[in-house]
Design a protein around this ligand. Structure first.
Ligand SMILES: Cc1cc2nc3c(=O)[nH]c(=O)nc-3n(C[C@H](O)[C@H](O)[C@H](O)COP(=O)(O)O)c2cc1C
Length: 634
């Protein structure tokens, strides 16, 4: 028997594209009878060669200001440098871009790759598409994937022994057989261990019409009446590639457990000052942090730092307790690639050290806060004994339950522990959590000082958000990194990394007017800008900051509640600065609403006060000439 295969490439900064790509592999194997080789884009010329691949599907996000994610930059450079207009003429391709319309370069990486493939002679066999995080990725991702299967099957060549290029990867049948076996085996073992109650296991298209589905408003996560009687379309169960065990540490291991290999790009700093900048009654506390640099660390105004943070210890303890693993917290996590694994892309997780305890893995390495992806929910079904709970978990990960998933899980910021608290009979095993929960990633903060002003220190600010017990959340919490920073003792070491923000820099000439828009903590990089200019202009002194307009969104009677109000009120002068004096516009702050509103308002004032004919084109020119510069975050 022959099996059709293709290569799926992903570029991902924070894991969304990776998770979608892994989901695609699972669907391909289990529902579509196709074989996929999954690689990171930067595996080019190591794991795959573009010259040899007839069909490629790309899933990639954008980061920075429309730049490729870090595991796609080599691929990006390679493809941009290529001169031969027929280089990819043997290839059929399509691209799924992930992005966020709050950024002005929406899905730029996906769009540039899409265009470049076409320029190099490749044929798009299925329309590329762009998913928007601002409105929910799934709105685009799910229909796009559904449409992909029939189209790709039409064009895929079969792997046969007489097709040398294709048969070199002839792993189709083997892969299908052993992946299904390994998944089945590991799940069967876990199911036995857990002695689950008997429930229906027909999970692909399940109808549980006998379940009572009275809507209970107090727990919307668990009960739904709208899709209670529908047949569900479930994602396939992801295949496992790892074996994870807990072992008692030997004596010699005691000394070196939890040791991380030092990452060349991680620098050491010390927390020397923390101060609350807001008054006691403020709705949201804003904190100021000062770090002393222990190692040399080059930065410029406009850069951010990444803080390597930890999960909240109390939350980790509660989670281990809920899972019944408290007594094993100090045992070592032993991870190997499963002997049954046949996934070509299988790797040991780089975010978990070779020798660490269970507690360390949950405290430092694994993201236990972000919303559970549908592939994990799909696996949780297998570890849940109560029939109603199983059905609801199936609903939440099904195509039909997409709205509920967004409303009750994504929008409410439910964590793993929240879900386990709701679904009381769900008892996942360690292998599932280690293999499928995403890595805990460092958090970005804009640096708010200039190295010219204070070389051995870095300052930054953050808001402390409170996620209290409501909307399905089962315990009080703050953001992961902000609460960790807020509880850390003064004098503690903090690992940091630089996030160079090449697109958010002061111009070389300080004679150009600068318009800086930074609501809330968005003001941070501008303090660094002003300090920098101040140092440079020490001898000129005055006129560094010509105007300062302050908006106060929580003061009801105040005329200027939002930065847009000031932009509108000063529309004429701002238009003159932008249009006649070629001012640079810097916008920094929270992504929600602000960046789009500011951009629209600037468009409106230019329309009103200048003779620009096509404002959209003019705004695009501001982007391409790097005069509209953004540093925004979610
Ligand atoms: C620091 C940062 C910069 C981003 N820049 C852009 C951008 O320029 N254009 C865009 O469309 N999306 C941008 N995004 C949004 C991401 O592309 C989007 O959230 C995507 O779903 C992330 O996928 P990933 O987890 O696979 O990297 C940015 C996100 C972050 C955190």
């Amino acid at each position: 028997m022959t099996k059709q295969r293709f290569v799926l490439l992903f570029g991902s900064e924070t894991g969304q594209c990776k998770s979608i790509a892994q989901g695609v592999v699972d669907v391909a194997h289990e529902q579509q009878d196709l074989c996929i080789d999954l690689f990171e884009l930067d595996d080019v010329d190591k794991q795959f060669k573009l010259e040899e691949e007839p069909v490629i599907v790309i899933i990639t996000s954008s980061t920075g200001d429309g730049e490729p994610p870090s595991n796609a930059s080599k691929f990006w450079r390679k493809i941009r440098r290529e001169k031969n207009p027929k280089y990819l003429s043997h290839m059929k391709y399509t691209v799924l871009g992930l992005g966020d319309t709050n950024y002005s370069n929406f899905c730029n990486c996906g769009k540039v790759l899409d265009r470049r493939f076409e320029e190099l002679g490749a044929t798009r066999f299925y329309p590329s598409n762009w998913a928007d995080d601002a409105v929910g990725l799934e709105k685009t991702v799910e229909p796009w994937l559904e449409g992909l299967w029939p189209e790709i099957k039409k064009i895929l060549p079969s792997i046969t022994d007489d097709n040398p290029i294709l048969s070199k990867e002839n792993i189709g049948e083997k892969l299908e057989k052993s992946e299904t076996t390994s998944t089945k085996d590991s799940l069967e073992t876990s199911m036995k261990q857990l002695a689950l109650k008997e429930c229906s296991t027909n999970t692909s298209f399940v109808q549980h019409s006998t379940l009572s589905k009275e809507p209970k408003t107090e727990d919307n996560l668990k009960y739904s009446s709208l899709i209670a009687n529908q047949t569900l379309t479930l994602p396939p169960k992801p295949a496992y590639s790892l074996c994870v065990q807990l072992v008692e540490p030997k004596e010699e291991e005691e000394a070196c457990k939890n040791s991380f290999s030092t990452d060349a790009y991680v620098f050491c700093s010390k927390l020397v000052k923390r101060e609350c900048l807001t008054h006691e009654e403020a709705l949201k506390s804003v904190m100021f942090i000062e770090l002393e640099l222990i190692q040399q660390f080059d930065y410029q105004p406009g850069d951010s730092i990444k803080i390597v943070c930890e999960n909240d210890e109390y939350e980790v303890d509660m989670l281990l307790k809920r899972l019944g693993w408290t007594s094993m917290a100090n045992n070592l996590v032993h991870i190997i690639i499963s002997p049954d694994n046949t996934k070509k892309s299988a790797k040991l997780p780089s975010h978990i050290p070779d020798l660490c305890t269970l507690k360390y893995a949950f405290l430092h390495c694994i993201d236990i806060r972000s919303c559970l992806r549908k592939n994990i929910l799909r696996l949780l079904v297998e570890f849940t004994s109560d029939c109603d709970e199983r059905r609801r978990l199936e609903e939440l990960c099904s195509k039909e339950g997409s709205d509920d998933y967004i409303k009750y899980m994504l929008d409410t910021n439910l964590s793993l522990l929240d879900v386990l608290n709701h679904f009381k009979t769900c008892q996942p095993d360690l292998q599932t959590l280690i293999e499928f929960l995403p890595p805990l990633i460092s958090r970005f903060y804009s640096i708010c000082n200039s190295p010219l002003h204070d070389i051995p220190h870095i300052y930054f600010v953050y808001s402390l958000f409170n996620f209290d017990i409501k909307d399905g959340r089962t315990y009080d919490r703050h953001g992961v990194c902000t609460s960790w920073l807020s509880n850390l003792s003064i004098g503690s070491n903090i690992s940091i990394q630089n996030r160079i923000n090449q697109n958010f820099r002061l111009p070389s000439s300080l004679d150009i007017p600068l318009i800086m828009i930074g609501p809330g903590t968005g003001v941070a990089p501008f303090i660094g800008f002003l300090q920098h200019i101040d140092q440079i202009k020490t001898y000129q002194h005055a006129n560094i900051l010509k105007y300062l307009f302050v908006a106060a969104s929580r003061e009801e009677d105040y005329e200027y509640r939002y930065v847009q109000d000031h932009i509108r009120a000063n529309g004429k002068e701002l238009s003159r600065l932008i249009y006649d004096c070629h001012a640079l516009i810097y916008v920094c702050g929270d992504i929600k609403q602000m960046s789009r509103d500011v951009r629209n308002t600037i468009g409106q004032i230019l329309k009103e006060h200048s003779d620009i004919e096509n404002i959209d084109d003019y705004m695009k020119t501001l982007d391409t000439s790097q005069r509209y510069l953004q540093d925004i975050w979610s």
